[in-house]
Design a protein around this ligand. Structure first.
Ligand SMILES: *Cc1c(COP(=O)(O)O)cnc(C)c1O
Length: 635
C-alpha cells in the first residue's frame, strides 16, 4: 500500500476488470467514464457537482445515455462479424426486452441506436406491449411478445399486424394456441406465431428456474406436437415461424448456452421438416454481465465474453441446421441486462461513520491496585507482556471479553468497567489485525478481523430502493469512491443505508476471487463530501426497487457526450425523485387530510395554552413544506 497510485486504485476497485473498458481513474484521482469506447471521457464527480448546482441532490442515478448506444452497437456488430466469419446465411434481428428497463428515455435511446440494425423490442405484459406498439417505428424491426397472454393482449398484438408490423406472439402455454385461433377467426388478421420450448437443458445461475422441466414457461415436446396439430387444423400453418427459448438471466456458464442453443435448434429443424415455414430462432436473454470482473462461472460473473457468446450461438445453430439439412434461420436475441446494466451509476454520499474504535479505552485513572483484574489482563494482552503469538493474543482477548460480559450480566461488573473491557478488546483486535497485515502468513481465524473491525459508512440511500438484487439475491455490484483515488484508502468499511432495517447494508463486495467482506475507503474529511458510486445498476434495479420506509425513487440525471461543451458533456433531462407527498399518496395517505389532522392537534394545543400561536403556525408551515421535499436525508 506504500506505493499507492492510480493504477493501484484501478486494480483494487477493479475498474478494468468489470468495466468493459468504460471506466477508469484519471490523473487527479477521479473516476471517469468512457461512454463511446473512444478517448472521450466524463468525470463522474463533475456530473454530481453540476447536478447539485441545479438543486438535484444525491442519492442520484446518473444515466450515461451514450453508453446505452455503445452497447447496442457492440452487440449488433458482434453478431454481424460472427455471421460473416461463419459464412452464416441469415441475419441477426435482435430485440430489447423492455422489462429490463422500461424508462422511456432508455427505450428511446436503444431504439434509436439500433435503427440501422433494425433492432426491435420485446414485451412480456400488456403495458409493455402498449409501449412497444407505440414506440416501434422501423417496419424492419421485430416486436416479440412473450409472457402469459389474455384475449386483450392477443388482440392488441394483432392491431400491430394490421399496421404492418412484424409482431410475433410467442406461445407460452397450449391454451394460448386456442385463444389465438379464436381471435384470428374473429378479426381475420393473420398472426405470426412462435413457440417457447421448455428445454430439458436446465439453466445455471440465480435465475436457472426459467428453464428445465419444472419451468413455468414454455411447451413440452408433446405440447409442441399438439400445438402444431391445432394450428394446422385451423389452417394457420403459415403462421408458425419462430422457435424461442430463454434459460434465465445472467447465465454464468457458456456451456449452458451452447447446450440450450443446440436443443432449441433441433426443435427448430424438426418443425421446419414438418412443413411449417419457420425462419427465426430466438435465443432469449441470458447474456451476462461480469459484475465482479472475475471471468468465472460465479453467480455475479460469467466465464465468457459477448463475442464468445455470439460465436457459439451462430456456430451451433449453423452446425445443427447443416446436419439436418435445414436452411439456417435469422437469429433473434433478447439481451437486456447486457445492454443496459453498464449505463447507470448510483451515487450516494457518506455522511457518517460508525466505528468500534472511535471511543478508545479511558485513561487509566483508577489506581493500579484497584483496577479490575479483567482489565489488568486485557492491559497485559495489549502490551503483549507474555510475548504471545497474534493468534494467542486474539484468543486470550476473546476469552477475557467473554468473562467481562458474563460478569456484567450477573451484576458483578459496572458499566464503566464493561465499557473499558470492550474498548480494550477492540484495540487488541485492531493491533493484531495491523500486525497480521504486514505478515507474510495469517492464520485463517484472523482473516475475519478486517470485517469484524470494519467501520460502517452510513450512506444516504436505501438498498431496498436502489440495489434490491443485492438484498434479495445476494447479487454483487462493483462500487468505488468517485474521488481521492490518488490517495491510499486506509479504512476497512462496509456500507449501511438509512432505512430502519438491519438488512439495509452492503457488506459483500466484488473481488477477483471469491468476495470481500469489507472494502477499503478513505477517512472522511470535514466539509468535503465523500461520494460512492455503485456501478452497473442499469438492469432491473430501477423498477424492482421498493418503498421500504417510504424512501422511494431517487433523483436522476441523463448525461450526453457533447464535444462543444467545456467538459465534453451536458445534462439533458432531470427526473426528480419522490417527494414525501408522492410516497404518502402511494400508501393512501392524502397530504391534505394529514395536514388537516395535524392542524387540529395544533389548534387544540394552542387553545389549551400548551403551544403559543406563533409556534403553532410555524409547526404547520414546516409540516406542509416538508411534504414537498424529497424523502432522503438533506446532508
Ligand atoms: C427477462 C427476459 C429477458 C431478458 O434477459 P436478460 O438475460 O436479463 O437480458 C429476455 N427474454 C425473456 C423471455 C425474459 O423473460
Amino acid at each position: 500500500m506504500k506505493n499507492w497510485n492510480i493504477q493501484e486504485a484501478e486494480d483494487y476497485y477493479g475498474f478494468k476488470r468489470w468495466g468493459g473498458g468504460h471506466f477508469s481513474v484519471d490523473d487527479d484521482g477521479f473516476v471517469q467514464v468512457h461512454p463511446a469506447g473512444d478517448a472521450r471521457t466524463i468525470r463522474i464527480h463533475d456530473i454530481v457537482r453540476e447536478a447539485i448546482g441545479k438543486g438535484i441532490q444525491p442519492p442520484l442515478t446518473i444515466r450515461i445515455q451514450d453508453l446505452l448506444r455503445t452497447r447496442v452497437i457492440e452487440l449488433n456488430e458482434c453478431f454481424i462479424e460472427s455471421i460473416k466469419n461463419e459464412e452464416y446465411s441469415g441475419r441477426y434481428r435482435g430485440v430489447f426486452p423492455i422489462k429490463v428497463n422500461q424508462l422511456r428515455e432508455v427505450v428511446e435511446e436503444i431504439r434509436d441506436a439500433g435503427e440501422d440494425y433494425d433492432f426491435g423490442l420485446e414485451c412480456g405484459s400488456k403495458p409493455e406491449l402498449m409501449i412497444a406498439l407505440s414506440m416501434h417505428k422501423n417496419s424492419q424491426a421485430l416486436i416479440v411478445c412473450n409472457g402469459y397472454k389474455d384475449d386483450e393482449f392477443i388482440e392488441l398484438a394483432l392491431f400491430g399486424r394490421r399496421l404492418g408490423k412484424e409482431i410475433y406472439l410467442v406461445v407460452e402455454q397450449l391454451s394460448e394456441v386456442r385463444q389465438i385461433i379464436e381471435i384470428e377467426k374473429k378479426t381475420n388478421t393473420e398472426p405470426l406465431i412462435g413457440v417457447r420450448i421448455k428445454l430439458s437443458t436446465a439453466g445455471e445461475g440465480k435465475w436457472a428456474s426459467s428453464s428445465g422441466e419444472d419451468a413455468k414457461f414454455g411447451l413440452t415436446s408433446p405440447e409442441i406436437v399438439e400445438a402444431a396439430r391445432l394450428l394446422r387444423g385451423a389452417g394457420l400453418e403459415q403462421s408458425l415461424r419462430l422457435v424461442h427459448f430463454h434459460i434465465g438471466s445472467q447465465v454464468p456458464n457458456i456451456l449452458t448456452i451452447k447446450k440450450a442453443t443446440i436443443e432449441a435448434t433441433r426443435f427448430y429443424c424438426e418443425l421446419q421438416k414438418m412443413g411449417f415455414p419457420m425462419g427465426l430462432i430466438d435465443i432469449g436473454g441470458g447474456l451476462g454481465v461480469d459484475y465482479d470482473g472475475s471471468k468465472s462461472n460465479f453467480e455475479s460473473s460469467m466465464n465468457y465474453t459477448m463475442a464468445e457468446y455470439v460465436r457459439d450461438v451462430v456456430a451451433n445453430i449453423k452446425y445443427v441446421c447443416e446436419q439436418a439439412e435445414v436452411p439456417t434461420p435469422d437469429i433473434v436475441s433478447e439481451s437486456g441486462r447486457a445492454i443496459v446494466a453498464p449505463h447507470s451509476i448510483l451515487v450516494t454520499e457518506v455522511f457518517d461513520r460508525i466505528s468500534k474504535l472511535s471511543v478508545g479505552p479511558q485513561k487509566k485513572t483508577a489506581r493500579k491496585g484497584k483496577r479490575h483484574p479483567i482489565l489488568k489482563e486485557l492491559d497485559g494482552i495489549l502490551e503483549n507482556m507474555h510475548e504471545g503469538s497474534r493468534l494467542e493474543r486474539y484468543h486470550d482477548a476473546l476469552q477475557k471479553r467473554d468473562d467481562a460480559c458474563n460478569l456484567f450480566n450477573l451484576g458483578y461488573l459496572d458499566l464503566a468497567t464493561r465499557a473499558e473491557a470492550d474498548a480494550l478488546f477492540w484495540k487488541i483486535c485492531d493491533q493484531v489485525k495491523r500486525e497480521a497485515a504486514d505478515a507474510s502468513y495469517t492464520s485463517e481465524e484472523l482473516e475475519i478481523l478486517p470485517s469484524l473491525l470494519a467501520d460502517q459508512y452510513v450512506c444516504n440511500f436505501s438498498v431496498f430502493q436502489s440495489l434490491i438484487d443485492h438484498w434479495a439475491c445476494n447479487q454483487l455490484f462493483p462500487l468505488a469512491p468517485l474521488q481521492r483515488l490518488d490517495e491510499c484508502p486506509d479504512v476497512d468499511a462496509t456500507l449501511v443505508d438509512i432505512t430502519c432495517d438491519s438488512e439495509g447494508k452492503v457488506a459483500k463486495f466484488v473481488d477477483v476471487e471469491d468476495e470481500r467482506t469489507s472494502i477499503r475507503l478513505h477517512q472522511l474529511k470535514e466539509n468535503e463530501p465523500y461520494y460512492i458510486g455503485v456501478f452497473m445498476v442499469g438492469a432491473y434495479q430501477d423498477i424492482m426497487g421498493d418503498l421500504h420506509n417510504l424512501f422511494g425513487r431517487v433523483n436522476e440525471v441523463h448525461v450526453f457526450l457533447e464535444d462543444d461543451e467545456e467538459d465534453g458533456y451536458y445534462i439533458e433531462d432531470q427526473i426528480k425523485g419522490f417527494t414525501v407527498r408522492d410516497v404518502l399518496r402511494l400508501t393512501q395517505h392524502e397530504a391534505s387530510e394529514l395536514t388537516r389532522n395535524f392542524k387540529r392537534q395544533i389548534d387544540r394545543a394552542t387553545r389549551e395554552d400548551r403551544v403559543r400561536p406563533r409556534e403553532g403556525v410555524n409547526m404547520l408551515e414546516t409540516y406542509t413544506a416538508i411534504l414537498n421535499n424529497h424523502t432522503y436525508l438533506k446532508v
